[in-house]
Every structure is written in structure tokens, then in C-alpha cells.
Design a protein around this ligand. Sequence first.
Ligand SMILES: O=C(O)CCC(=O)C(=O)O
Length: 357
Amino acid sequence: MKIPPTIDINQLLSEQLKLMEPPITLASSHELSSIGAYHLKRFWSSTFAQRHQQTQLFPQDVHLDRLILDALGVGLNQAYQFLYTKKPSLDEFENWVIATSGKPSKTRIERLNADITGTQYSQETHDWLMAIEKAPPVLSQQDLAFWQRNGYVIVRNAADLNACQKAEKVIYKAVGAKYDDRNSWYRKTVPGIMVELIQNGALEANRRSLRIHKAFSQLWDTPALWVTADRCGFHAPQRESHPFPGPDLHWDVDFDRPLDFATQGILYLTDTPPEQGALTLVPGFHHKLSQWLQSLPTGADPNHQDLHALGSVPIGANAGDMIIWHHHLPHGSRPNLGMRPRIVQYINMYPGRRHIS
Ligand SMILES: O=C(O)CCC(=O)C(=O)O
């Protein structure tokens, strides 16, 4: 009997797509888009090229993809969703970016381009960074020693309480919930504890908090940092109909690449005692990760181990406090066994490059 060859549907579809649409020319990171930014054209073209599997994924682009979107104030998921569903031209993509998060200032574009090309910052940017460098420390010597030991630190009063309350209200509204109506806390249409809300004045005010910037600059040893265009969280108390959806302990680390230093951060917009779904992490694990990975059986997925057994601890803190952690710590939320929703904003910072020139 003649056995028919196995058909790989995905490969077939991708071949069809290639026939139907002209091949995408991959732009270089140093090609300018019409708003004057480097790498945007590359990001736009590489997204399509990768989708049609004309090329491999570009691991070397991960940093710049994130940088360009953070600099322009749009989230990665937002951008992919628009690109995949609308298949826009570069001009349409740029118009969407501006309509979504506003026109970036000239100073911002200049700073972005300087980071991408490794050239000097404008005087204005240089002065601004120097002012942050010279600002009094936010993290004390004890905080820094705690950070070294435990891989996380609580930045007290990181954001202004008024700004936190404004952000809290915006998040309630976004998920269709009312403060005193318990049933309304479960109206959120998108499952999970994340809220895809990024562009908002109150959230932006927190992203621009000088205390937050200074704290990150002490951990990264440079003020030349970009803030992430990240989302928020609304984590209602657990109910039988609404069990904890995660994320439970995990890493957001690509273990196929060499281990490097990076931070992650969460700002509590309301008081968050440990039982109220607080951020949970394994203190000190940044010192152990490398050896622990080597001890795993070949092929074992680090994220699919009993990570709580490594010593997880919930970190409670007050409204306006921020927790920054080393990305080598297993981390996640936990079931909310408290009386109120846990409401947070995710904020992280990282350098476009390491040193100010
Ligand atoms: O919301 C939390 O407590 C955990 C957040 C998290 O897992 C992440 O940022 O990767």
C-alpha cells in the first residue's frame, strides 16, 4: 500500500502566504521612519517577515524591539495585535502609534536614536540625566545590602499617593468594577489578573516618578534608563467561581541565552497585605539560579518545577510602595485571600545602553 506523505498544515499555509504576498524586505535598524526614529521600520518589517516565516526569529532584536516601543509609549502586545490584525503599511503603523500614545517629543526621539547608535546625548538629555545622578539616594545603604542579599527591595513611597489613587480609579473603570460593589469586581471580560491599560495620564505620572527613577538608577548604576510602557493589574479576591488564574511562580527569562542582569517591578496602588494576592518571590535565588539550572535533568523546563519548594515569600507593602526584583528570582502572584482587590501597576526600567556619553 502506498502511504500518503504527511502534510504539515502550518508549513503549507506559510507557503501559500509567501505565494500570495510579495516578500518583505527586512529593513536595517538604522533606517529612519517618518517620525525620525531608528529601528521602527526594522521592527515593522521583521514582524511581518517572521510571521510569514521568511526568516528566523531575531534574538538580537529583542532589546531594540522593546526599546523602540517603550520609547514610543506602546505595549508589545498592543503593537503585535495591531500589526497582525491590520497588516498596516509603515505609515499606517506610525500613525497608529501616534494616535495611541501621542507624538513623541524631539528630545525623546533624539535620546532613542542616540541609544540605538551609541552616539552622544543632546545637552538637554545629558543635563536631565545628570540631575537624576546628583539627586539624593532613594535606597539607603541598608536597602542596597538587602537587595544584594535578597534580590529584591521595597521602595517606600515610590509614587505619590494622589497619583496612585487616580490610577486606582482608572483601573476600576477599565474593568467595569465599582469600589463597593463586590459582584462588580468579577466583571472583567479578559481572564486573568492583568489589565491591558497603558496610555493614561495617571499611569504616566507614576512612570515619571523621580523616586522610582532614582531607585532604579541606583540598582543599574546609571540614570540613563527607559521606563517600560507596561500594563496594570486588578486581582479580585478568590471565589469558587473565580479561582486564582495565575501567574504563579515563574521566570520571564530566556534560558537559552546567557544569564544577565535585569530588573522587574510592581507598584502597589492600594495597601497590599501578604494574603491579598501579594507579589511572591523566592528571596536570594539570584545567587543560586545558575547552579540550580545545572542540577536539572537534561531537557527539564525550569518553569515547570515546584518553585514554591525553593522558599517562596509573599511581599506585602503599602499603597505607593514599589517592589523591584532581580529577574532571576522566581516570582508570581498568589491567590487573593483578602477582602479587597489587589490593584497594581507594572513599572520597570532598563538602560538603552550602559554608560552616559
Ligand atoms: O502580579 C504579580 O504579582 C506578578 C507579576 C509577574 O508575574 C510578572 O510581572 O512577571
